[in-house]
Design a protein around this ligand. Structure first.
Ligand code: HEM
Length: 138
């Protein structure tokens, strides 16, 4: 390969890689924390000895949710000026709902109601799909 071709290839990479890495936003990081916490809770629901661990993970998810609610999704910059306020309002409302869902999950785990907790996690995952369709950049 000629040197100038190698440079062209490296330049193309330098442009493409940050574009791919756009998911790695501060909000994306909070979302990752929620995702990891819920996956672990879902896995350990039936194990009564993991109750305290599960409650700690739900508290961590709640914290990440509160932090994420204060951030603007990366997609905000694609929204027209006229639609921005409504977009952000909808985003914040969906994050408030997520917080409420996490509170219900906490109550179910505290009460040892594994089936109820499982159903709440399923609901949260459905709400996640809807929210990502609306607020997550492609
Ligand atoms: C169970 C609930 C949820 C889980 C587990 C979850 C998980 C995730 C994950 C894993 C990512 C990708 C992070 C990355 O690639 O670095 C993400 C991104 C994102 N999520 Fe969620 N999510 C949830 C709910 C929500 C809700 C309710 C909203 C909106 C109100 C939302 C908005 C977003 C946005 C906007 C991004 C892209 C990051 C950005 O724009 O900076 N998510 N989420």
């Amino acid at each position: 390969m000629k040197l100038k071709h190698l440079f062209a290839l490296l330049a193309a990479f330098a442009i493409t890689v940050p574009a791919i890495a756009e998911d790695d936003t501060p909000l994306g990081k909070e979302m990752d924390k929620i995702s990891k916490a819920l996956k672990a809770v879902n896995r350990d629901l039936a194990d009564a000895s993991k109750k305290a661990d599960n409650l700690k993970k739900i508290a961590d998810a709640k914290e990440a949710c509160a932090a994420g609610a204060k951030m603007d999704p990366a997609k905000t910059k694609e929204v027209s000026a006229g639609d921005k306020a409504k977009f952000l309002e909808g985003y914040e409302a969906a994050m408030v709902e997520l917080g409420k869902g996490l509170d219900s999950l906490k109550a179910a785990v505290e009460g040892g109601k594994a089936d109820e907790a499982k159903a709440i996690i399923e609901k949260l995952n459905a709400a996640k799909k809807d929210a990502h369709r609306k607020y997550k950049a492609d």
